[in-house]
Write a new protein. Sequence first.
Length: 287
Amino acid sequence: MEEPKPTLAQLKEQPHYSYSALNTYINTCQLLYYYRYIEKAEAERTPVALPFGTAFHSVLSEQAQAAKTGNLLTAEQMTEAFTTYFEANCKDAGNIVFKRDESIEDQLATAKRMFEVVNKEWIDYWNIQSVAEPFRIEMPGLSKPIIGELDMVVSEHTPFDDGADSGFDTIVDFKTAARMRSDDRPAKDLQATVFCYAFEKVHGRRPSFRFDVVTKAKSPGVRHLYTGRDDDHYRRLEKLLVTADKGIQAGVFMPNESSFACSDCPFAGHCSNWHCSSTQSDMKIAA
Ligand code: SF4
């Protein structure tokens, strides 16, 4: 009998890099990476968007599981499940901060409107190959494996099918966003590159990638944004991640004070004393 595949939680027990950790180091802020993934400092505050996004994601995963068997949750069922996840996530995170004029009730009303649109515009049923598929891959030159979870994999024809190697596999990633992403963002997105690379390593087939973006607006919308990756993207990715890994191993953790993340940073207090309380050589380095 085939051994059961390890779950994401089991994969997390061993040393690893995740896409979000690597993205934090490369694209957001190296010092934020240090506080979150190496020092594992307690968050001073948690913007409400975080438990909201995690809860929304959990519900879409349930929706995908149901759709795989030809069913769909109703918008009411999704909102009910969201409320449970959201309240639990807020309780776990503690010290949740809201933007001005926002409240828990507003968040629940926004989620309800979003699920009504998601329910109306859902497009995948029997073509769903997998939901919440964990992966673990090695990359040449990287000190730790990369782990992650593909939200959903579907079979479909896309403009990025490349003939012989193509199995018409599309990795789908669920996203919530304050406003709709620009059309060119998926082409440069690190997550799409990492996940396509991982899928190809695991399955030996070249996938396309689709972001399913739901906007958190008064009138929410859903868009499917497609992209694809080739060998040149993969070569660049390997060089990028190995360079980042070297920086992490060497203890290079610089603040990025023009980062979009500064306004909601959970470690802003730590950061404000960074230059007073420690030198680079005092900082713990990843095992
Ligand atoms: S406040 Fe800005 S610079 Fe400081 S750790 Fe956070 S994101 Fe980085």
